[in-house]
Design a protein around this ligand. Structure first.
Ligand code: HMG
Length: 452
C-alpha cells in the first residue's frame, strides 16, 4: 500500500512579538509567573499591519513550494483551515492561490480548493481530506497543499487574551512522504458543546474553565476510540506526543491523564504500586464522585513520581517549545507541536527514523482526534530546512501601547490607520479593499513604504 503523509512543512509567524511576563502581565497587574509557570507562555506572535491570515498562509506556502521546487502544476488541491476567515462564501484558499499565481508560472485552475472549519481541529481534518483524496487515487500524481492559518485574537479583557497568537503552517501532503507517514487508524471523541464559539462574530465567546474540561473529556474518548482500532497504547510506543496546545499548561493536564490511561494494567502501574498504590478502579467505589476524588488523588501523586516526570520531560516537554514562544495558532497549533518535537530531536542529534508519534488534535465545539505518525528516513533534512528560530528571533518587539493599536488594527469592527512596525521584504502583503469589498494582496520584493 502506498504510504501517504506529510512530505514537508513550513511556518510563517506574525512578525511582531509581545513579551507576556515583562510587558503584558505588569499592565494587567498580574504575577509574571502566571504566564511562565502557570500557562507556560513567554511570548506571543502578532501580525503586523499588512499581515493577515492570507499573507501568512501564502508566505508559508511560498516558502514550501520554493524549497521543494514545486510549481502550481504539481498541486491538485489547496485546503485552508482557519477559524479567522473574513468571508462566509469565498474561501481563503482562493485568495492564497491568487497570491501564489502572482509569483509562479502557471496557475491552480485545475486544483480543488476549499476551506475547513471546526475550530482548531480543522487543520488536522484538512490533512485527513488530503490523505483520503490521495488514497482514493484521485490525485493524478499531484500533491495537496494544506495551510492552517489564524490570528487567534480574543476580546480585550477576556482571560483568553493571555493566550493569543498569529501564524500559519503550510504542509505538503503526498505519496512516499519525506517527513511522516500518517496512520490509517484514527480515534474520535466528538460532542455538541458550547465551550468556545464565534457565532457570526470575530472574537470568541469562551467559557475558559469549561473549555479545559471539554478538551480533556473529548481527548480521552478519542484515545479510547483510537485504541479500539489500533490496540492498547503504551508510553514506550511513542517518541513524542504532540497535542493541540492552546497554551502549554493545558497540555500538562492532558499528558497526565494520558499517562494514567496508558499505564493502567501495565508494568509501569506495577512498578509504581509500592510508591503510590494502584490506580483506583470504578467498580471499587459506590459513587462516581468518590471514584473521581480517588482518581484526582492518584494523579496528584502520579505527577510527582520519577517515572512520570522522566516521561514528561522526554515525550511531552519538547513539543511545547515553539508554542511557548508564539501562543495559540489555533488550526496550526498541533502542527507546530509536531515541528517543535522533531526540531528538538534534530537539535539533540537523535535518530528518529521509524519512530512513532501519537498526535492529539482538538477543536472546541468540540472534537478530539488521535492518530499515529511514523517518522521517515529523510526527516532530518526536512526539519533542518525550517527556519523556526530565525523567524522567531527576527520578530519586532512591541510595547503594550503598540499591542493595543495592533489589536485594533485587526479588529474588524474598527477602522484605524496605523503605520507598519516592520518593513516587508520578499513577501505577500495586504494592500486594501477592492470594489466588492474583497481583500487585495501584492507580492513585494522590497519595501517601499517611505519613499515610493
Ligand atoms: P485565567 O483564569 O486567567 O488563569 O485563565 P488561571 O487563574 O486559571 O491561571 C492559569 C494557570 O496559572 C493555573 O494553573 C494557575 O494555578 C496558574 P492550573 O491551576 O490550571 O494548573 N497560576 C500561577 N502559576 C504560578 N505562579 C502564579 C500563578 N498564577 C496563576 N503566580 C484560561 C485561564 C485557560 C481559562 C484562559 O486563558 C482562557 O480562557 N483561555 C482561552 C480558552 C482556552 O485556551 N481553553 C483551552 C482548552 S479549549 C482549546 O484548546 C480550544 C481553543 O484552542 C480554540 C479552538 O479549538 O478553536 C482555545
Amino acid at each position: 500500500m502506498t504510504s501517504v503523509g506529510i512530505d514537508a512543512m513550513e511556518i510563517w509567524t506574525g512578525k511582531l512579538v509581545l513579551d507576556l511576563p515583562n510587558t503584558f502581565a505588569p499592565v494587567k497587574g498580574e504575577d509574571p509567573e502566571k504566564y511562565t509557570k502557570g500557562l507556560g507562555l513567554h511570548t506571543s506572535s502578532f501580525p503586523d499591519v499588512y499581515e493577515d491570515i492570507v499573507t501568512m498562509g501564502a508566505n508559508a506556502a511560498k516558502k514550501l513550494m520554493d524549497r521543494k521546487g514545486l510549481t502550481p502544476a504539481d498541486i491538485g488541491r489547496i485546503d485552508v483551515a482557519t477559524e479567522s476567515a473574513f468571508d462566509n462564501s469565498k474561501p481563503v484558499s482562493t485568495y492564497i492561490a491568487g497570491c501564489l499565481e502572482q509569483v509562479y508560472d502557471g496557475d491552480f485552475r485545475h486544483a480543488n480548493k476549499g476551506e475547513r472549519k471546526f475550530a482548531c481541529i480543522a487543520g488536522t481534518q484538512s490533512l485527513d481530506d488530503a490523505y483520503n483524496w490521495i488514497k482514493a487515487g484521485r490525485n493524478r500524481g499531484r500533491a495537496a497543499l494544506v495551510i492552517a492559518t489564524d490570528t487567534a485574537l480574543y476580546e480585550r479583557g477576556d482571560p483568553g487574551e493571555a493566550t493569543q497568537g498569529a501564524g500559519a503552517v503550510a504542509m505538503l501532503i503526498d505519496e512516499d512522504p519525506d517527513l511522516v507517514e500518517l496512520s490509517t487508524e484514527q480515534g474520535y471523541g466528538s460532542m455538541d458543546e458550547t465551550d468556545f464559539l464565534k457565532p457570526n462574530q470575530q472574537f470568541p465567546s469562551v467559557d475558559g474553565k469549561r473549555s479545559m474540561q471539554v478538551y480533556l473529556a473529548r481527548m480521552r474518548e478519542a484515545l479510547e476510540d483510537y485504541e479500539s482500532v489500533a490496540g492498547r497504547t503504551h508510553p514506550d510506543l511513542f517518541e513524542y506526543i504532540p497535542f493541540h496546545t492552546p497554551f502549554p499548561g493545558m497540555v500538562r493536564k492532558a499528558a497526565l491523564l494520558g499517562f494514567r490511561h496508558m499505564t493502567r494494567d501495565t508494568d509501569i502501574e506495577d512498578d509504581l504500586e509500592s510508591e503510590i498504590g494502584r490506580q483506583p478502579r470504578e467498580e471499587d467505589f459506590e459513587t462516581w464522585d468518590d471514584y473521581e476524588e480517588a482518581i484526582r488523588g492518584y494523579m496528584d501523586e502520579l505527577k510527582t513520581t520519577e517515572q512520570y516526570r522522566d516521561w514528561y520531560g522526554r515525550v511531552i516537554e519538547p513539543t511545547l517549545d515553539i508554542s511557548s514562544r508564539v501562543g495559540n495558532w489555533y488550526t496550526g497549533s498541533v502542527h507546530i507541536a509536531r515541528l517543535s518535537a522533531l526540531k528538538a530531536a534534530a537539535d539533540e542529534g537523535k535518530d528518529m527514523t521509524g519512530k512513532q508519534l501519537l498526535v492529539g488534535s482538538y477543536g472546541s465545539g468540540a472534537q478530539a482526534e488521535i492518530h499515529a505518525e511514523r517518522v521517515q528516513e529523510t526527516w532530518l533534512d526536512e526539519i533542518e530546512a525550517v527556519d523556526v528560530d530565525d523567524q522567531l528571533a527576527a520578530r519586532t518587539e512591541i510595547s503594550f501601547d503598540d499591542y493595543e493599536l495592533i489589536h485594533d488594527v485587526h479588529n474588524h469592527e474598527k477602522e484605524i490607520e496605523v503605520e507598519e512596525f516592520t518593513q516587508p521584504e520578499a513577501e505577500f502583503v495586504f494592500t486594501g479593499w477592492g470594489r466588492m469589498n474583497e481583500r487585495r494582496y501584492e507580492y513585494v520584493e522590497r519595501s517601499c513604504v517611505a519613499d515610493c
